[in-house]
Design a protein around this ligand. Sequence first.
Ligand SMILES: Nc1ncnc2c1ncn2[C@@H]1O[C@H](COP(=O)(O)OP(=O)(O)OP(=O)(O)O)[C@@H](O)[C@H]1O
Ligand SMILES: [Mg+2]
Length: 476
Amino acid sequence: MTSPVLSPMPATPQIEPANFLNLLIVDDERSIREACREVAQSLGYTAYVADSAEHAYRLLETQPFDSVLLDLRLPGAGGLDALRRIKERRPEAVVIVVTGYGTVQSAVQAMKNGAYDYVTKPFSVDEQKMLLERVASHLRLKSENRLLREKVKSKQGFGGIVGRAPEMEKLYRIIAKAANSVHPVLILGESGTGKEMVARSIHYSGPFRDKAFIPVDCGSLVPTLIESELFGYVKGAFTGANQSKDGLMAIAEGGTIFLDEVGELPVDLQAKMLRAIQEKEIRPVGSTRRVAINVRILAATNRDLDQAVAQGEFRRDLYFRLNVLSLRIPALRERRQDIPLLIGYFLDRMTRTSGLEKMLSDDALKAMLAYDWPGNVRELENCLERTYAFTSGPLIHTTDLPREVANLPLPDPSSGSGNGNGHGKIIPIAELEKNTILNAITELNGDKLQAARLLGIGKTTLYRKLKDYAAHEFQS
Ligand SMILES: Nc1ncnc2c1ncn2[C@@H]1O[C@H](COP(=O)(O)OP(=O)(O)OP(=O)(O)O)[C@@H](O)[C@H]1O
Ligand SMILES: [Mg+2]
């Protein structure tokens, strides 16, 4: 099946490029701002300018900066104050301070407060170029390392997401882009495909990863409670409201709110949510005052929202707001090559948590590879967990698997659970095992660790067997 596995929706507006070179230039002198902007852009930066600290703070709330060029002598709030606020809001940002001639003292203070470097005014275009090039390579390194760390953490992919199918690689690229944007993202996918995982990894790969990630299950909350849960309430708003309480939107301040099963949001709340997104403010239940909020919105659904809109069950305007960027996670049956990877990953995890090593028989593995997994990764994970718990020996047989996965006819007592080789050439199990192991290693380009994992055996077991094979080879 060649479905369009991950396509940004047709009406997708521009999103910020997956660029980590975003520079904010804060200077009250127009000529300097413009000159810096030109140099920065020529080096591939996306440059933003602010003429005051206040202006910079406003931009800071909406734009993903990685670097800031900050004049220390600003009118109003001083540059050092601005530096402190910037570092508070964006601890990882690389800040270069600009000082006037003869005020190096304040530059030293700035470095103590977390500035990366300083330049003194006046500076030449060349000086500035060199500086920004250095910042760029520093940022590039940081970004690469972060990606590497993410990858190592999960063995593949992003934020613990296992999968190497091309559709998944595409997904990781979109996640990386989405992470650096401030727009809402609508995550689509069948149940169990990993929508929440993807939402988390968008949040935790983004510039506000230090802030809260708050999931809200719009489907399981009682409709009358959702509003007060989301927006909070004030004392006396209803019986039992003895004191006011912040809602989840307020708790997520500065971070991300994840509206899971957003298709289940009752219609009156859809209107309120739309306003919250558009106006960036909410009104707690029972209050007459509006409160400003600053949260990133991610939403997920396994419903066909297009259809819900057509049927008048979901507001079109809210749909458009949420759907600025959308991504679709492929169903597991659309990326079968990831099934062994996931099996290996979950078996490995269960071995570590239980301290017991179990592996799948050939037939059990075959059955799992052939199954359609309508419940996707969640079903596969549950299947292995259950089977792991209920199998007493070290080997999981087909008969241990849930019936729908095993795809067994009614049990035939004579067939047992081995190779089921009634006739024809009978191959000794040891030989089958040897072939399986050697094939796996070849298939994985010699990666023995991965082979052991996918085969469901410990690496020491694998090494021991390889030694045995080698020893026999020498004898014969
Ligand atoms: N690619 C993956 N790699 C590793 N684990 C995964 C992957 N996808 C999903 N999982 C695991 O599968 C389970 C379901 O994932 P998640 O809750 O993110 O899916 P979902 O799409 O939100 O599902 P549902 O629609 O049932 O809420 C989780 O335990 C998650 O850790
Ligand atoms: Mg979910």
